[in-house]
Write a protein that binds this ligand. Structure first.
Ligand SMILES: C[S@@+](CC[C@H](N)C(=O)[O-])C[C@H]1O[C@@H](n2cnc3c(N)ncnc32)[C@H](O)[C@@H]1O
Length: 278
């Protein structure tokens, strides 16, 4: 018997960061899978886990800060799978890196990352992930001890290993991301990545040459001291997950530790900054 799913298509204005928050809250409420699109996201929950009033408890839907509307549909699992597959388009970064699902054809670029994202953030569609891949592409990571903080699908840790980094710690606070990163690490035959579920408290007594953190402005600011405590002398940091207008506040904090901006990449007002000691 096919499992029935209920799907809700949410139209979210402005799309970020509201969509990310919405996905997190829906995930917590039992929604199983998410397909992001131009207008927002379609979220799926098994009919057995669904109840009529459940959206009333989703906090962000009651907030005045964002404008979120939705419509509901019931679908069979078979349709839902093809819907998911239809919506995850393979992408390429600078004609050198392909990010695709297992069912996509391999375009045979220099780097091929295979991700089955399920619920976790990080298919490369998001501007911030794309820019972090661009930064990493430019760097010599050979034998660099690396941290991927807020690893999502594990995509950046996986790419770091492909670029020669090792050993690599990939950490995410979310259990689904932890599980999904483990799966994707195996899928990409990575052997130098350790995945952990948790937050900055796991960084005590650690040391990294390269820290990658694509999270959001407030978490980066909040956990800055922990990141800096585990950054090796002459290390490099890549930060993303915030907007152009957040640069001054991030930079004011980072510069206290003697790091300077080496390069900023911008896409659709999102930024990714590379920091080095000079
Ligand atoms: C913007 S996504 C980035 C995912 C992936 N690194 C990428 O670039 O596509 C941010 C991730 O950080 C995780 N996260 C949020 N707060 C965190 C925290 N305090 N410590 C560790 N991970 C956190 C979220 O669960 C989410 O997977």
């Amino acid at each position: 018997m096919n499992i029935k799913y209920i799907g809700y298509s949410f139209t979210v204005t402005p799309k970020e960061p509201a969509t990310e928050i919405l996905i997190a809250q829906l995930g917590f409420a039992g929604f199983e899978s998410f397909v992001e699109n131009e207008d927002g996201v379609t979220a799926y929950i098994q009919e057995a886990d669904w109840n009529a009033g459940m959206l009333e408890d989703i906090q962000i839907l009651n907030s005045n800060e964002f404008n979120i509307s939705y419509k509901e549909e019931v679908i069979e699992q078979t349709n839902w799978n093809s819907e998911w597959e239809k919506n995850f388009n393979p992408i390429q970064v600078d004609d050198l890196v392909s990010i695709r699902a297992p069912f996509h054809e391999n375009p045979n670029l220099k780097y091929d990352i295979v991700i089955e994202p399920k619920m976790s953030f990080g298919t490369g569609h998001h501007e911030t992930t794309h820019m972090m891949v661009q930064h990493l592409l430019d760097m010599d990571l050979t034998n660099k001890k690396t941290l991927d903080m807020g690893c999502g699908t594990g995509i950046l840790a996986i790419f770091a290993e492909m670029k020669g980094a090792q050993p690599i710690d990939a950490i995410d606070i979310d259990n689904w991301c932890y599980e999904n990163s483990l799966e994707n690490v195996t899928r990409n035959n990575c052997s130098h990545i350790s995945v952990y579920e948790g937050d900055a408290s796991l960084l005590i007594n650690k040391e990294y040459d390269v820290i990658i953190a694509n999270i959001n402005r407030n978490i980066l600011l909040n956990d800055m001291q922990s990141y800096m405590n585990c950054l090796a002398k002459n290390g490099t940091i890549l930060f993303s997950g915030f907007y152009q207008e957040d640069i001054p506040i991030i930079d004011a904090e980072v510069s206290k530790y003697g790091l300077n901006i080496d390069k900023i990449i911008e896409r659709n007002n999102w930024v990714a900054i590379k920091y080095i000691f000079e």
